[in-house]
Design a protein around this ligand. Sequence first.
Ligand SMILES: NC(=O)c1ccc[n+]([C@@H]2O[C@H](COP(=O)([O-])OP(=O)(O)OC[C@H]3O[C@@H](n4cnc5c(N)ncnc54)[C@H](O)[C@@H]3O)[C@@H](O)[C@H]2O)c1
Length: 146
Amino acid sequence: MHSPISWVLNEKGHVVHTISPAATVCEAVRGMRTHGIGCLVVTEAGRVVGLIAERDVLMRCIAAGREARYTPVRDVMTTDPPMLRPDSTVGDAMTAMTDRRTRHLPVVNGDDLLGLVSIGDLTRWMTRHLQGQVRSLESYIQGAYA
Ligand SMILES: NC(=O)c1ccc[n+]([C@@H]2O[C@H](COP(=O)([O-])OP(=O)(O)OC[C@H]3O[C@@H](n4cnc5c(N)ncnc54)[C@H](O)[C@@H]3O)[C@@H](O)[C@H]2O)c1
């Protein structure tokens, strides 16, 4: 929980898939399909201006009766998404995801986009971390009582 998010990024990689706010929702969905991911970070002039995730497409485009081929990303994206800094912890990320009900968090340092973590990345990290702790405790107990 106290591990810096930069450790998760170092393992996962720093590539972030982005899209322009002027692109269409259809182009955004194609981008998600191409990369096998559930969101794109929306950037303009190198700055993060929003995030478009599968849920935004469903709720604000499809359910709202908008035509994905003609609707710009800026009309359905989540503006002002919660973001992390490189010194944020895994615990900070889990709190932000729970409190703000989001599954993806860009990591930024000022205007620099350093990476993105998903709820799946955190679950993977926590599972591995907890398995390591369980193994250490097991060997400690076995050693102590051997
Ligand atoms: N997180 C969700 O919104 C969601 C919803 C329904 C199902 N799922 C399923 O759960 C599993 C894990 O999903 P997940 O939580 O890791 O989300 P995900 O499927 O969006 O992410 C998969 C991987 O791609 C990375 N990624 C996502 N968007 C990115 C971007 N714009 N730039 C760079 N990397 C990006 C993530 O960090 C993660 O490592 C997947 O099988 C997915 O289909 C996820």
